[in-house]
Structure formats: C-alpha cells, structure tokens
Design a protein around this ligand. Structure first.
Ligand code: NAD
Length: 484
C-alpha cells in the first residue's frame, strides 16, 4: 500500500522545512501497517508558527483588521477547497483512528465547511457597535475585537470537526491560529493545510504543527499566544488550566465525560434503537459526550438490558472503510489495553457481562473490541464513574425519577446526557434538571446554533453558537460624554 508522506509544515502561508529530522509515523489501527508520516514539530517549529501568526495578527492592514465580509469571502474559498477534499479527508480520518467511513463523511468531511460559513456569516450579521444609553448621562459604546493569536490543541477522536469548532469562530472573528493536531491524526490535518494554501488564505493566518504533549504544553505557555483553546482529556486540561491561570491567559477547555441516558418508564425502545446507538456506541465509543451510563427503570430493567444487548450484538464490526461497518477498531493498541483494563475491572467488581467483553474472534489484526454491556451494577462501580473511551456501557437500574436524576448527577463530569420518553415535555422537564452542559431528548446532536461544553471536570467555556464566537473576542468600552 502506498503511504501518505509529508516532509514540511504549513507555516506562514507556505510549506516550511522542519527544524529537526524527527518524524511522526502513522499506523492504521485496522491493518496495523504504516500508512504515512509527517514531521514532528519541535519547539523551534512552534516558535516559527507562533511568530508567523503573530505577524499576521499584528499587521495593521492584515486579517484582524479586515471587514468581516472580506474574511467571510476568504473563508468561503477555504470551505470550498475543503469540500473538494471532503471524501479524502473522511478516508484519511477513518484509516487513522478507525472512525466508520459513513460517520467520517458526515463529521469530518462535511462539518468543517459548514462551520466556516456559519461563523463567517455570524460575524457579517453581528452589529459592529453596540451603543447603550448610559445610566450616568453619557453613552457607552461597546465593541468586540479579535482576541489575538490562538493556540489550538486538539485530540484524535474527531480531529477535523473538533479543529473547526475552534478554527471557524477564531478565524471569522479575525484571530490567527496555531493548530497542534494529535500525533495519531495528522494526515487529515495536512490535507486541511493544503486546502488552506489552495484557497489563498493570507500568510500566517493558519499554521499547522503536529506533535506530542510536550510540544502542546510549549505552545500553551508560549509568550506569543493570547488565548488557548483545548479539547482532550481532563488530566491534560487540568495542567493547561494551571498554566493558563499562572499566565492569566484566557482558555477554553472541552474535556472528558461520563454522561447518562435516562430511559423513562414510557420509553419506546424499538422506535429509539438507532438513536440509542448514536448516543452510546458512535465512533466506537470514542466521543466525549457519549452516554456510557444507561439508567433504566426497575420495572423495565430486564427489557432494556436485553434490547441493548441485542443492539450491541447486531453491530457489524470490521474495516471502518466498509460502509456497512458500525464499529471500527479503537485508535491504538494502548487505547485497547486501557479499555480491556476497564472490562476486567467491571468483571472483578461483580458486574454481569451480557455481551462483548473481548476481541472479536474473527479479527486477529486491528485494535478491535466488541461492543460490551455490563448489567447488575450501580453508579459506584469504577466503570460507572470513570471515562473509558471505548464501546463499554453500564446499565444501571433506578426506582423512580428522583433516583434517576440523582444517579445521573452523581458524577465528577457534566458534559452531555439524554432523556427518553414517549412524552417529549416530560422528558424535557427532566432534561432541564440534569447537571451538564447539554442534554438531548430522544436523541442527541450538537447543533451548531447552541453552545456546547461542560461543567465540573468536563471543562469550562463553550463552543458553537454565538457564545463560541465570543470566546475569541474581547470587549472594549468607550464612555462617551453626556450630550451638550
Ligand atoms: P489527551 O488530553 O491526551 O490529548 C489531547 C491533545 O492534547 C493532543 O493533541 C495531545 O498531544 C495534547 N496534550 C496532551 N497533554 C497536553 C498538555 N499537558 N499540554 C498541552 N497539550 C497536551 O487526550 P486524548 O486521549 O488524545 O483524547 C481523548 C480525550 O479527549 C478524552 O478524555 C475525551 O473525553 C476528550 N475529548 C473531549 C471533547 C469535548 O469536547 N469535551 C471532545 C473530544 C475528546
């Protein structure tokens, strides 16, 4: 198989030789074979990228000073170049992290261009000046300004969509960006850089420098960065929050989760199967907001366990490039070991395994794990409390709605969640009481119009919606004197 190899970084609007010869080798989690390589950024490369972004931001006639319409035109060209590469972007993500191709086409091929146009248009439609009649006689003139050079650090699980949750609002607002992709998913990031170059995005507006956590930490603390936007684990988020606290540097953190799906006693299980799959096993269990705790009423507990067990058994496991595949491999051998460790823990703590729990018998290559369901356990089990990041569910019984809510809210995390019922208003009422950033009713989807993000150990700040744009702006007030 031919491999996809790059030898230079996209910095300052062109392809630049790396400062060192260190490389990142990319292996397929499906075939375990080499599929590509890119240079690994050193601190010197980060310095170059930040300097380029800084120059672009500080240019008195540059990107940050353009009219939003002018930036919208440039970002529309970027979106069009991404669309030309959408199929290849989806393929590259799928072969790197195991995301089923049908999902990669939606999330990774499709979403970035949508987000670029959405936030560009929002900027065009936003009033440039907000003049407020003052209480003290004068007028307060409030304006929003791009916050500066953004350091964006992203994970491997949904690499393109997550990158554009940051890039689209940041660029639309007039910021310039240094993006550090995760080492597992770099080939899609370089294709995105090709799209940026082909679209004629001005030099330094976007710079792409992949590397490991040390390079990420260096970027976060770099004196040339004005704002950090991070998506990843809670452990890394804490370290980044500490660094940004010390530097008094604005930071947005999208971290881990252990969200709950609450099935009320009138749920229509058969009608909900596809959506239940979407909130539990999507992307092989590797999405931060997945509902990996399923809370079921005692009166229907056996039925829920059986339904989910049948659902898990029905999912086709295999090559993520096969459109029929529902469950691809986990991203790496390390991630599989981690998930297997949790499965062992679930068994040793006495939970009942109803299906899965191991590697599929017919697949001896690739980092596959069967969709796995544990029943007869409570919310105190380790696998009910810790984020596993794999296709493993805890099905927990509850006696009444009050207990369901108490269990759902008894978590160090607060990112997503869902409530399922034949009565939408009953479910929506319960959803309003779930302590997390977002909750779905009878489904879950991160609609771009609304803020997405977490509370507690799931992070701080929001992405998407106008709130997602505002995190890349700072506010400026001029007090005009009373008239006359
Ligand atoms: P990770 O935190 O190990 O790595 C994420 C990114 O941060 C990578 O680019 C990595 O190189 C970098 N990084 C790691 N430590 C760093 C540090 N100290 N300073 C700067 N950069 C650092 O996470 P992961 O294992 O790659 O991703 C999975 C995690 O991401 C899960 O916990 C998942 O819940 C979370 N996630 C959250 C969201 C969300 O929106 N809340 C979305 C996707 C994934």
């Amino acid at each position: 198989m031919t491999t996809i190899d790059y030898r230079e970084f996209y910095i300052d609007g062109g392809w630049k030789r790396p400062a060192t010869s260190e490389m990142i080798a990319v292996n397929s989690p499906t075939t375990e074979q080499a599929i590509g390589s890119v240079p690994a950024a050193s601190t010197a490369d980060i310095d170059n990228a930040v300097a380029a972004a800084r120059r672009a931001f500080d240019d008195p006639d540059g990107w940050s000073t353009w009219h939003p319409k002018q930036r919208a035109e440039a970002l529309d060209r970027f979106a069009s170049e991404l669309e030309l590469r959408a199929a290849e972007t989806a393929r590259r993500v799928s072969i790197q992290n195991g995301m089923p191709i049908w999902l990669a086409e939606q999330f990774e091929g499709g979403f970035p261009a949508v987000l670029l146009r959405y936030f560009s248009q929002m900027m065009v439609d936003s009033p440039a000046i907000d003049e407020r009649p003052g209480m003290l006689g004068g007028t307060a003139r409030v304006t929003r300004h791009p916050i500066g050079v953004v350091g964006a650090v992203v994970p491997w699980n949904v690499p393109q969509a997550i990158s554009f949750l940051k890039l689209a609002p940041a660029l639309a607002a007039g910021c310039t960006v240094v993006l550090k992709p995760a080492e597992e998913t770099v080939l899609d990031a370089f294709l995105m850089a090709e799209a940026a170059a082909a679209s004629g995005l001005p030099a330094g507006v976007l710079n792409v420098v992949p590397g490991g956590r040390d390079v990420g930490a260096y970027l976060v603390e770099h004196p040339g960065i004005d704002k950090v936007s991070f998506t990843g684990s809670t452990a890394a988020g804490r370290k980044i929050a500490e660094a940004c606290g010390r530097l008094l540097r604005p930071v947005t953190l999208e971290l881990g989760g252990k969200s709950a799906a609450i099935l009320l006693d009138d749920v229509d299980l058969n009608a909900s199967l596809e959506s239940l799959f979407g909130v539990t096993f999507l992307n092989n269990g590797q999405i931060c907001w997945l509902n990996t705790r399923v809370l079921a009423p005692q009166s229907r507990y056996g039925e829920v366990v059986d339904t989910l067990t049948d659902l898990a058994k029905s999912l086709k496991i295999g090559d993520p490039l096969d459109p029929a595949t529902k469950i691809g491999p986990l991203v790496s051998a390390r991630q599989r070991e981690r998930v297997e460790g949790y499965i062992a823990k679930g068994k040793s703590e006495g939970a009942r395994l109803t299906t899965g729990g191991g590697r599929p018998a017919d697949l001896d290559t690739g980092f596959f794990i069967e969709p796995t369901i544990f029943a007869d356990l409570d919310n105190d089990a380790t696998i009910s409390r810790e984020e596993i990041f794999g296709p493993v569910l805890s099905v927990i019984p509850f006696a009444d709605e009050a207990e369901a809510l108490a269990i759902a809210n008894d978590s160090e995390y607060g990112l997503g969640g869902s409530v399922w019922s034949s009565d939408i208003e009953r479910a929506a009422d319960m959803a309003s009481k779930v302590k997390s950033g977002t909750v779905g009713v009878n489904h879950y989807s991160n609609d771009p119009v609304a803020p997405f993000g977490g509370i507690k150990s799931s992070g701080m700040g929001r992405e998407l919606g106008p709130e997602g744009l505002h995190t890349f702006q700072h506010l400026h007030t001029v007090y005009l004197p009373p008239a006359g």
